[in-house]
Write a protein that binds this ligand. Sequence first.
Ligand SMILES: [Zn+2]
Length: 485
Amino acid sequence: VNTKDARASLPLLLEPEFVVDEEGRVADGPVRVEGGRIAAIGPAARRAGAAVVPLTGRALSPAFVNAHSHAFQLGLRGHVEKKDAAHAHDDFWTWRTHMYALANALTPSEMRAVARAAFLDMVRAGFTHVGEFHYVHHAHDDERARPATRDDHAMCDAVVEAAADAGIHLTLLETGYARAAPGKPALAGQRRFVFDRVDAFLAHVDDVARAHPHVTTGFAIHSVRACPLDWIAAISARAAELRAPLHVHASEQTGELEIAMAEHGRSPIAILDDAGALTAKSTVVHATHASDDDVARLAARGAVVCLCPTTERNLGDGLVPARALVDAGVPLAIGSDSQTRIDPLLELAAIEEDERLRVRARSVLVEPGQTLAMRLWPIGTANGARALSSDGGRMAVGAPADLVALSIPSSFAPSGDSSGDALHDDDRAHALDALLVSGTREAVRDVFVGGDHVVRDGRFFTIDEAAVAADARRALAAARKRAAR
Ligand SMILES: [Zn+2]
């Protein structure tokens, strides 16, 4: 008996303790799901003809959106924390050599196995949509850089298949990469990332989009370091023509700022703005070292800034000017980036907590009368959906039923008996803030993707998580062996 199909055809009535929307506001449940979408919210949704799913002691929220990921970097986790005797100073640039070794070793089938494990772990953590910033293009493992051929998209196919295997929504951000630095051709370690000409890259993206019509395809400019001005302008123009999302790493490292200053006399964000790369469809990833002028440019163009605080901590990037971005009205999103941690609640809390450390104050991003959840919840949901051109990330009738049920911290949990001690709105709001300051991905107990109840009480219902992890482990062992040769 295929219970999954039988259930999918029947409307669901999700009965949580309470509902939270993408603005971090609390309300009464239940939520009715029909045809993979939210059909009704609140007491009026309680009609007959639905399978009731009790979510006692849990808050039901739009699922989280992971706006910036490099899935294969899951394979670096735990392998890059030791100091190399030849490099007494370990930093982003030494980390990068380890990352290149793995990127160059992976075959398409290994890429699929690692990405599948990363994507599955994201779903388990409450992310149901990922923006994969994909730059490991060419399947060849030649010693020489070789020109891209039009049909060379086995690595992109691997990522698309991995997302389908894991049941996560994917926005595939095909990434342009031209050079090591201004006037410097790609290094050996970068040979899989580069295309000879920008039109060869754009033709490649066309082919990938045609091969995967059901996947949202967007564009990425790897960075101002890796792309000259004519590439930045051409990729931006193509993204605008197709109304596709455009993502770019910018101002993550001070070394990158120095390179941009030397080549253009301006910051990476100013260069992107002047080249037409910043629009309301753009997402700037990191913006760690954004100046006041950079922040004003981002705000004027309506671009999203995607923060990846747990990765930025791991790589020693620096502290982002979060207060300045928020004050200017720049929408923020989150990404798991290097996969050091895959945990939406930790990323969200870190945005406020890192800013507290930076400015030595409390409740820095929160306005009077606002809860912490009201500040951070849009960052984890609606803003990420916007960055990925998704219509998800919302608790609204008609929105996709991509939902998570979060366990309410025990100090707020109602007794569960019939004493009538239901949570009032104030308690509910405080419970969400408690989740943010004390919770982790372990609070995510249920995940619904397009109305499918894929994670139940913290376990996948139809997917063998252990088998997926074992496949990834085998693939990574093979790739590391090849990299060491
Ligand atoms: Zn990145």
